[in-house]
Design a protein around this ligand. Structure first.
Ligand SMILES: Nc1ncnc2c1ncn2[C@@H]1O[C@H](COP(=O)(O)OP(=O)(O)OP(=O)(O)O)[C@@H](O)[C@H]1O
Length: 435
């Protein structure tokens, strides 16, 4: 089983004068340390390079090949930023010799970029696919400060200000906070399966693992790569097309997190402001179980987030889950629906054994509908399935690894309902939800 807390590990640290710095800055992070002398060139913004690749004029006789080479480079996608390297100002220079040899200089955001090999391999593959290219030399360089500033401005918009992009009036991202009354009901498993199912449909999806005490999302997605830090901007690792950030990527080894409310709030705020998710269709937050500090912080930091409540069919579980959902009335959020997990176990003869009783999801939707004053739908019932647990252990969500399984079909059905909701209406009081 892969471990999402391994190589990424580092302890939270303090930065002078600004209170506790929950997440690392690049001067402190050994993994992301910048090259020495990297800032030596103090270029102004006006001198910053353009985002397109300069072509060696000496190669003008090769114009069609040069064009084809540029087109090929435009198909190379930065694995973290999910945009063409040509758009990101990462192609510093391209030279095409008369005998078809291509030399391309690629600018990495930081020295020791964990994805340097992937970028090199992708660039080589794209270039070798161009007819007429006989040899490829990919030279890796590192952006200087002006180039990084230009990149950050491109990604964050003018001024590159820190803000929570999902709260902007023009944000079309649907934000779902996945909550449960108690632990172990499958909240994280549901989160990663919904997210990867939507990503598999071509949607742009992110996950914030806000389950600070029991972070498990990196392992469930097989992520061992650390986030890359570009100054104060954090680029989240991507698994199955889903951008993921987790507190587990910032703690040492498998250490427990023993933070109190204000630190948790700051960590979550930093995730939402400093992590570059880009334009997402959907963002999932995997909350800790219960109605603790993080649930309240999510209500404050992401007022437009809708709550998805995961419960088991047990009546007692529905009681505690009701409290987790009802917090929406205090935070002014909307409850998007209830997901009943571990609903039954299908026996070899097709009979259904209801190990945890039945009816908990339906009871919960009724009670929550009454509490919040709007219909809360039961989005689906997911059976118990060993393959779901195995998929979690191996880092391959069941919706991708075993799509034919009944549990995968139930999860895909729920994802389909979320995908069918019009983009950008999250948080608006619509009254009845179609389902
Ligand atoms: N439908 C299911 N069938 C079989 N196993 C399941 C199912 N749902 C969850 N599990 C397993 O139950 C365990 C708990 O699931 P998970 O970690 O997703 O729950 P959680 O509610 O997020 O827990 P926590 O409160 O610790 O964050 C895991 O081992 C998971 O693989």
């Amino acid at each position: 089983m892969s471990n999402g807390t391994g190589s990424a590990a580092r302890a939270p640290s303090r930065s002078p004068g600004s209170g506790p710095a929950i997440l690392p800055n690049d001067r402190q992070s050994a993994h992301h340390r910048l090259a020495s002398g990297h800032n030596r060139r103090n270029r102004t913004k006006a001198e910053a390079p353009s985002m397109s690749a300069p072509i060696d004029p000496a190669t003008s006789s090769q114009a069609p090949l040069v064009q084809a080479v540029n087109n090929a480079l435009a198909t190379v996608i930065d694995p973290e930023l999910r945009r063409p390297i040509t758009e990101l100002g990462m192609v510093d220079s391209v030279q095409v010799s008369d005998d078809g040899k291509v030399t391309v200089a690629v600018l990495l955001t930081i020295a020791g970029c964990p994805l340097r090999d992937t970028i090199t391999a992708d660039a080589r593959k794209a270039l070798f696919a161009v007819p007429g290219v006989t040899a490829v030399d990919v030279e890796l360089k590192v952006m200087d400060q002006a180039q990084r500033d230009a990149l950050k401005e491109k990604l964050r918009g003018a001024g590159g200000q820190r803000r929570i992009p999902f709260n902007e009036p023009d944000s079309l991202t649907k934000v779902y906070a996945v909550a449960s009354g108690k632990g172990g009901v499958g909240k994280s498993s549901v989160t990663v399966n919904l997210a990867t199912a939507l990503a598999a449909q071509g949607l742009r999806v992110g996950i914030v693992d806000a389950d600070v005490y029991g972070f498990s999302v990196p392992a469930l997605l097989g992520i061992t790569q650390a986030p890359t830090q570009v100054d104060d901007m954090i680029l989240p690792p991507v698994a199955y097309g889903v951008k993921v950030i987790s507190i587990g990527m910032f703690v040492t080894g498998n250490q427990p997190v023993a933070w109190r409310g204000p630190m948790l709030h700051r960590a979550l705020e930093q995730f939402l402001t400093d992590v570059y998710f880009g334009d997402l269709d959907a963002l999932f937050l995997d909350l800790p179980p219960g109605t603790g500090d993080i649930a309240i912080s999510v209500g404050q930091l992401l007022p437009k987030a809708e709550i998805l409540v995961v419960t088991t069919p047990q009546a007692a579980a529905a009681d505690v889950a009701e409290r987790a959902g009802a917090i929406a009335t205090q935070t002014g959020q909307k409850v998007a629906g209830v997901i009943e997990n571990m609903s039954y176990l299908e026996m070899p003869d097709g009979a259904r054994m209801e190990l945890f009783g039945s009816g908990g999801g339906a009871v919960l939707t009724e009670r929550l509908s009454a509490t919040v004053g709007a219909e809360v739908p039961l989005l689906g019932q997911i059976p118990l399935d060993i393959q779901l647990r195995e998929g979690g252990d191996s880092g391959v969500p069941i919706v991708l690894g075993r799509p034919e399984a009944a549990a995968a079909a139930a999860l895909a059905g729920i994802a389909g309902q979320l995908a069918a909701k019009p983009r950008g209406l999250a948080g608006m009081k619509l009254g009845l939800q179609p389902h």
